[in-house]
Design a protein around this ligand. Structure first.
Ligand SMILES: Cc1cc2nc3c(=O)[nH]c(=O)nc-3n(C[C@H](O)[C@H](O)[C@H](O)COP(=O)(O)OP(=O)(O)OC[C@H]3O[C@@H](n4cnc5c(N)ncnc54)[C@H](O)[C@@H]3O)c2cc1C
Length: 469
């Protein structure tokens, strides 16, 4: 497969390890540390930097930019409300330096965790050569490892569009967008999923003129309409153009040519075009066939509830498995796979994984929505609390949004919670725990929640629900 590599192998070192983990993202490093804590001799191979996409090109840099965009936006809004904010400007290179400092601190934290757990870390690219061996192609050395079991955690990369290929300058992916040293005067975002919308909002608040182009008839395909409509209203208020049912056709000197829903062709202003049309798993170059593993038509590796593949001593976790591409999902799967490799029997429940969109407002949900609950045979009771019912929301000028609880009629067992509003990403934690412990609406209604907070909304929504059970 790699003749020059096989040639060098004559002088290669040979390692023995109980567990090999390929990929040092949130899935891989969590798995490695947990397995080491369970007593396994663990080797973790990472070809770039510990922390993976999450730390270097995903969750952390995007939230850093979103946070600063939001701060700037709120400072602009403050005038007329008793605060004077003058001559606010974006210093994009300084913003990048700050963002890299944040990443650097967190990366050192992950390095410390891995080292402290006693995990052997190899820097290089892993390619499987048989069911129990892997080669690590590194800058400095080439190692061969013999392993008892393995966890594949090689993550994903941005998907591209054939007629708008990435050139890193005008047509960029999310990683490049997060490292821009100048805020584009105009930005077309192709793809109305969560990554596209988060970055569209961040760049709008940092000063770009933004248009989102989505081929499907709605943004955020699959999301319930009540959550989506809160977001759509806010996008309009922020002055973000949204074209659904639209097809990007190609670049022009200053823009993006598009066919709109009605068939009309227009040129959207776009000094840069961010293509965010999904991600594809990194499974093509790992040597899976040497393991006896196949992928599905989109490149994903099939796993059971223990994250075990069809090859019993091989596990797969995170973005290489089918499901929502989320860091906390990868980390949870990492713990499950590590425990299974150590002989445990814990299992992964996809239904317990919360989803969060760091849009404006934030959207977060866990468990079943009303339709899903009915489709799975439940007779449901639903309560919707508009944020405008909460004093805290008024002090924050954030009355757009809602908290929605779905429970089983009769027992009051909570089945799902959906939130659209500021800090939904934090508010959802109570719902996650409630579902985990099998809480009822009555228990949530009885718990005293501090005032004035947005979290009171969960208690109030639960109180309303009691009358409907
Ligand atoms: C812009 C953006 C924003 C996001 N925001 C969020 C968010 O807010 N919340 C959230 O939960 N998720 C978010 N995500 C998704 C999240 O980043 C991923 O779901 C998560 O990183 C997946 O973790 P992982 O461990 O499966 O893989 P990754 O993080 O992709 O890590 C895989 C690692 O494997 C390494 N690797 C690959 N092949 C090899 C090989 N052959 N040998 C050695 N090493 C290899 C790679 O270098 C990489 O470091 C975001 C993603 C993007 C792009």
């Amino acid at each position: 497969v790699l003749p020059e590599v096989v040639h060098q192998e004559v002088n290669a070192a040979m390692f023995e390890t109980d567990l090999l983990v390929v990929g040092g993202g949130p899935g891989g490093y969590t798995a490695a540390c947990h397995a080491a804590g369970l007593g396994l001799k663990v080797t973790l191979v990472e070809k770039e930097r510990l922390g993976g996409v999450c730390l270097h090109q995903g969750c952390i840099p995007s939230k850093a930019l979103i946070e600063k965009g939001e701060l700037l936006h709120r400072m602009h809004q403050a005038s007329g409300r008793g605060l004077l904010s003058e001559s606010l400007k974006v210093d994009a290179p300084a913003l990048q330096i700050w963002k890299e400092q944040v990443i650097g601190r967190l990366e050192r934290g992950v390095q410390g965790l891995v080292k402290g757990a006693g995990v052997s870390l190899l820097n290089g690219e892993a390619v499987f050569t048989s069911a129990h061996t892997v080669q690590v192609i590194g800058a400095a050395a080439l190692d061969r490892i013999h392993f008892q079991s393995a966890i594949i955690a090689t993550g994903s990369q941005p998907a591209s569009l054939r007629h708008l290929p990435f050139d890193g300058v005008r047509v960029i992916d999310s990683s490049r967008a997060l490292s821009l040293r100048a805020i584009p005067p105009s930005l077309a975002v192709v793809g109305g999923g969560y990554i596209g919308l988060e970055l569209a909002t961040a760049f709008r608040k940092l000063g770009s003129q933004v248009t989102v182009v989505e081929a499907l008839p709605t943004l955020l395909g699959g999301m319930t309409s009540d959550l989506r409509s809160v977001l759509e209203r806010r996008l309009r208020q922020l002055g973000i153009g949204v074209e659904v049912g639209a097809q990007p056709l190609g670049l022009t000197a200053e823009g993006l040519r598009c066919r709109l829903r009605g068939g009309e062709e227009v040129e959207l202003p776009a000094t840069q075009i961010l293509v965010a049309v999904g991600r594809r798993p990194n499974t093509a170059a790992v040597g899976l066939s040497a393991l006896g593993l196949k992928v599905d038509e989109q490149g994903y590796i099939a796993v059971d509830k223990h994250c075990r593949t069809v090859v019993p001593h091989v596990f797969a976790i995170g973005d290489v498995t089918r499901g929502p591409l989320l860091a906390h999902r990868a980390a949870k799967q990492g713990r499950i796979a590590a425990a299974a490799a150590a002989g445990g029997n814990d299992w992964f429940d996809e239904a317990r994984v919360p989803a969060v969109l760091f849009t404006d407002p934030e959207i977060a949900y866990v468990g079943l929505n009303e339709t899903q609950a009915e489709e799975s045979g439940h007779v449901v009771a639903v309560s919707r609390l508009p944020l405008a019912a909460l004093g805290r929301a008024h002090t924050m000028e954030a009355t757009e949004g809602l908290i929605k609880l779905v429970a089983e009629r009769g027992s009051g067992l909570l089945l799902g919670v959906q939130i659209a509003g500021p800090h939904a990403s934090e508010l959802i934690h109570e719902a996650v725990l409630a579902l985990e412990v099998g809480a009822t609406a009555e228990q949530m209604a009885r718990a005293v929640h501090p005032h004035p907070t947005l979290g009171e909304g969960l208690m109030e929504a639960a109180q309303h629900l009691l009358g409907k059970l």
